[in-house]
Design a protein around this ligand. Structure first.
Ligand code: ADP
Length: 393
């Protein structure tokens, strides 16, 4: 059975097609600059990457070209060969604790939640509508970034703000990257061959979050109402004293929108270093003796360690710490510094094993009190799995 895993942004459409249940990737690609000048798409097939410049008026055009590529490359013969399309949705609010079929009622709820994810939820709906129009026979499903975190207890998801705000305005912690945290925690449990585990999952990419996962269920996560909370990220500040916001708005005469841009686009590694949001550039800056790059990395690592320590206590111990995403899978120095800072808990790094990028690897020593792993994430596969299960249920 062929399943498409789709991630629609406001001007992009990423896709991956799977043969299920074999979980084999048949073709993948991305359409970029949809509705803009200079639009193009890239297709990856049999290890080869091809880029094509085309006019992409809208997402529907992108789906039409996607179907053409599937047919031209003999991945499918007819549209009926596409059984399901799973869409990634950033914000599912308190409505969704699992993936569901994209009924009209579900789409209306995703639309209602657009106020919490103004950049992402409307774009995902555009993607669903375009897929419906071009491939009407496929079952459409929605997979939420927030769903895995819905098992958090109330004391962890509420903010100490007026209680009514949580009831009247849905102000609470929802978290994000849930599909990734779920994938790596399941994979970790498979490796440990147990499900009664205490895991700390670290999704450290350009956006970054850490979750505490007890017996396969999320009990706490570092992102909040929005992805701005928690860790220091590429351009997001993470946790700060909230009163800085109104204070600096007054000092600099910033509007709410301008302040939001500072907190989400001009802070984090970029804000501290003044150099870049990319940890590769920060590492290069450190080699050249740039003091602010060194400071940015120290602060970045400190915050990751703070969350691991917090969740270690909350979980009452830990069986494994897992690193994933761009930095977690690739940055040897960030992983080293995090594990070294956990020395007091008896966590020990195997330097040689840590010398890897992008593959599953245990990086702790055999006498380490907590196992430490690198597990590359695969959110697209999770979307395909959930879609396959929904079709067959
Ligand atoms: P997102 O999905 O949040 O956009 P990714 O998980 O793809 O982000 O992570 C992208 C980030 O990963 C880059 O900004 C960079 O900081 C980091 N990264 C990628 N490769 C390396 C590397 N070899 N060494 C250090 N950091 C890396």
């Amino acid at each position: 059975m062929n399943i498409l895993s789709v991630n629609a942004g406001s001007s992009s459409l990423k896709f991956q097609m799977y043969e299920m249940p074999a979980e084999q990737v048949l073709i993948s690609g991305v359409f970029e600059r949809i509705g803009m000048e200079g639009s193009f798409y890239t297709i990856k097939l049999n290890g080869e990457k091809v880029e094509k410049k085309v006019e992409l008026k809208d997402h529907k055009k992108a789906f039409e070209l996607l179907v053409k590529e599937l047919m031209d490359n003999k991945i499918v013969d007819t549209l009926d060969d596409i059984a399901g399309i799973g869409h990634r949705i950033v914000q599912g609010g308190s409505y969704f604790d699992k993936s569901v079929i994209a009924s009209e009622d579900v789409i209306a709820k995703i639309d209602e939640l657009s106020k919490l994810a103004p950049l992402h939820n409307p774009a995902a709906i555009v993607g669903i509508r375009a897929a419906e129009a071009v491939i009407p026979g496929a079952v459409q499903t929605v997979v939420f970034d927030t769903a895995f975190h819905q098992t958090m207890p109330e004391e962890n998801y509420l903010y100490a703000l007026p209680y009514e705000w949580s009831q009247d305005y849905q102000i609470r912690r929802y978290g994000a990257h849930g599909t990734s945290h779920k994938y790596i925690s399941q994979k970790m449990n498979e490796i440990l061959d147990r499900s009664d585990t205490k895991l700390i999952t670290c999704h450290i990419g350009n956006g970054a979050s850490i979750s505490a996962v007890l017996n396969g269920k999320c009990i706490n996560t570092s992102m909040g109402l929005t992805p701005n909370a928690g860790l220091i990220m590429g351009t997001r500040c993470g946790d700060i004293d909230a009163t800085i916001v109104p204070y600096m708005m007054e000092v600099l005469g910033l509007s709410a929108k301008e302040m939001d841009t500072v907190l989400n686009k001009q802070s984090g590694l970029l804000g501290i270093s003044g150099v870049s949001s990319d940890s590769r550039d920060i590492e290069a800056g450190i080699k050249e003796g740039n003091r602010r790059c060194l400071l940015a990395q120290k602060m970045y690592v400190r915050r990751i360690v703070d969350y691991i320590a917090k969740y270690y206590v909350e979980l009452g111990g830990c069986d494994a710490i897992v690193f994933t995403a761009g930095v977690g899978e690739n940055s040897i120095p960030v992983r080293r510094q995090v594990v070294e800072a956990l020395d007091v808990l008896g966590v020990k790094l195997d330097e040689e094993k840590n010398n890897i990028r992008g593959s599953i690897q245990k990086i702790s020593t055999s006498d380490s009190s907590i196992k430490v792993y690198v597990i590359p994430t695969d959110e697209e596969l999770m979307i395909a799995r959930d879609t396959y299960e929904l079709i067959n249920s």
